[in-house]
Design a protein around this ligand. Structure first.
Ligand SMILES: C[S@@+](CC[C@H](N)C(=O)[O-])C[C@H]1O[C@@H](n2cnc3c(N)ncnc32)[C@H](O)[C@@H]1O
Length: 346
């Protein structure tokens, strides 16, 4: 059983991922300060202790917790002190925004890893690479004490693909020993097989539906019975910011990364949906661009598109949270402001 210490736990993306991996684990403690994130976290993991402020975490606490693995999506704060304990964790999983790989914080972290005898691998990956129609390039670092091996050959490069393929046949029984994948010669560790089978069945489904891109359309992430009035973009936004919107519809096979500012700010915070797919967006926008002084007409034309925000459940689905989270009634009826830490989930 892996003993996990979860730092900057937010709404619990890392713990959810650990559950999805199928590996046995226990979260020994979690740390978070945002009250909304803490509330969401406590509802998703009722048995877990309430996350606390990391500033209260002492070296003695850390030594007592003695985690096998530290999982974290740190904001821009120094956190390397967590690795200076007498007995460092066996494993570290860190997630951050793209660009972290060239930051001074990353340099300090890598120095510390080297000094403490870790081997590590860095990645830059986006959900689109895993059959999910949402762009969200993120930096990931996996580190292990050098006495433990990775199930792949590590490299100094920041990898932009997984160092193993996902071509495990669907339904293949877990093998007791490492064996080469059926379509390439890369070995697969038994511990990875469950995860790979999950990926594979998702991939297979996506590529059957959309052989060209391998990505499913957004329709499978959207609520058919959404209460449109709760999610329509306000007139003020249509009037002032219509040229800044990233508009998708249920047939689109893409969406932009959702951030903390979603539904509060327009530019770069996430896509909006054209709910009325019968309306011709190109035609409407070309008419709107020609209107100079007739605001009501502009609004009426744009209104035909029925532009709306993604709901929190839809965003959570795009982030692959399991149904128990995406079905929450408590957040229904508000635009997707379930974000925290500026990056909506690790
Ligand atoms: C990038 S987000 C992590 C998101 C997380 N992976 C999730 O699944 O929601 C960083 C988190 O660190 C939290 N944070 C910032 N300062 C903190 C502190 N002093 N103690 C605990 N948490 C803190 C923020 O509130 C934010 O939720």
């Amino acid at each position: 059983m892996l003993r996990i210490l979860e730092l900057y736990s937010g709404i619990g993306g890392m713990q959810t991922a650990a559950q999805e991996s199928g590996l046995p684990f226990k979260v020994e403690a979690s740390y978070e300060i945002n009250p909304v994130a803490i509330e969401v976290y406590c509802r998703s993991f009722p048995g877990a202790g309430k996350p606390r402020n990391i500033l209260g975490l002492t070296v003695e606490d850390l030594t007592g917790l003695n985690p096998d693995i530290i999982m974290m999506s740190p904001p821009c704060q120094p956190f390397t002190r967590f690795l200076s304990v007498p007995q460092p964790p066996r494993m570290i999983l860190l997630e951050n925004v793209a660009g972290y790989e060239t930051s001074q914080t990353r340099e300090k972290l890598v120095d510390m890893l080297l000094h403490r005898g870790y081997t590590w691998q860095e990645f830059l990956l986006s959900p689109t690479q895993f059959g999910i129609p949402n762009s969200r390039l993120r930096y990931y670092l996996l580190a292990k004490l050098s006495t433990e091996s990775f199930p792949f050959t590590t490299s100094q490069m920041v990898l932009t693909e997984l160092p193993f393929c996902l071509c495990v046949p669907r339904g293949a029984p877990a093998q007791p020993h490492s064996k080469p994948c059926c379509q390439c010669s890369k070995p697969i560790k038994p511990s990875l097989q469950l995860l790979l089978q999950k990926f594979h069945s998702h991939y297979e489904e996506c590529s059957t539906r959309n052989p060209s891109s391998g990505l499913p359309s957004l329709s499978r992430y959207l609520d058919a019975d959404i209460d449109l009035n709760n999610f329509l973009l306000p007139e003020k936004v249509l009037k002032k910011y219509n040229m800044l919107l990233d508009i998708v519809n249920c047939h689109s096979q893409r969406s932009c990364c959702f951030t903390k500012g979603y539904a509060h700010y327009v530019e770069g915070t996430g896509s909006v949906i054209q709910h009325n797919t019968q309306a011709d967006m190109t035609e409407i926008y070309s008419k709107v661009q020609m209107i100079n002084d007739n605001e009501p007409l502009k609004i009426e034309l744009l209104g035909q598109l029925e532009l709306r925000y993604f709901s929190p459940e839809e965003v959570a689905r795009l982030m692959c949270f399991p149904p128990c989270v995406t079905r929450s009634n408590d957040v229904r009826g508000e635009p997707a402001a379930i974000t925290n830490g500026g990056c909506l989930v690790g």
